[in-house]
Design a protein around this ligand. Sequence first.
Ligand SMILES: CC(C)(COP(=O)(O)OP(=O)(O)OC[C@H]1O[C@@H](n2cnc3c(N)ncnc32)[C@H](O)[C@@H]1OP(=O)(O)O)[C@@H](O)C(=O)NCCC(=O)NCCS
Length: 177
Amino acid sequence: MIETTRLIIRPLKTDDETDIQSIFDHPRFYYLDAEYAANNAAKFLRKYIELHNEDASRGTVLLALAAVLKSTNTVIGCFSLGNDHLLSRLSEYGAEVTGFLHPHFWGKKFPQEVLDTCLTAYAQKFGVKNFYGTADPTNKSSIAVMRRFGFQKAESITNPLEIKLYGSPREVYVTHL
Ligand SMILES: CC(C)(COP(=O)(O)OP(=O)(O)OC[C@H]1O[C@@H](n2cnc3c(N)ncnc32)[C@H](O)[C@@H]1OP(=O)(O)O)[C@@H](O)C(=O)NCCC(=O)NCCS
């Protein structure tokens, strides 16, 4: 568990279903992995709780984390850190960082709070210094968050089969701690 100014960051739990479903049900919300789970929070949680693994000797490390707002004790977003690579060749860039927030909490600099603490903690715990994130080029806020944190563009995915995996064009951004 990690505590930031406004958040508790801890592994996702089955009990988070109601909070996550209210994020998925928001009319402005879109996230590829939510769509892959048919915007069903229980299905999304089953997948990520199963993938969560902090022990490298037991397999691929992946942290599936909930961002809990301290003031209300509700889950306002999810972040994952690790190697659930949709496109396996991207592992050459390091560990993947991805996530989402409830639209009500957009524009309040929560991603910076999460990245500042979680990337450093992950790097220290697992000895990984390279991270990458992917974004649709039209996803301005995701790209702004990554750029502000120091991520730089590494490539635009151009292979049609790879684009199909993401359902839209994709850019890859990388950073090194
Ligand atoms: C990506 C996401 C987590 C960002 O959260 P957020 O709360 O909006 O992030 P912040 O408030 O820290 O920053 C948003 C930045 O985007 C910028 N931004 C927002 N809309 C923009 C637009 N249309 N054009 C340019 N910049 C834009 C803001 O100005 C801000 O940049 P700044 O801090 O440099 O001024 C959130 O939008 C989200 O959950 N989206 C849905 C899921 C998703 O797309 N996840 C990323 C998967 S790749």
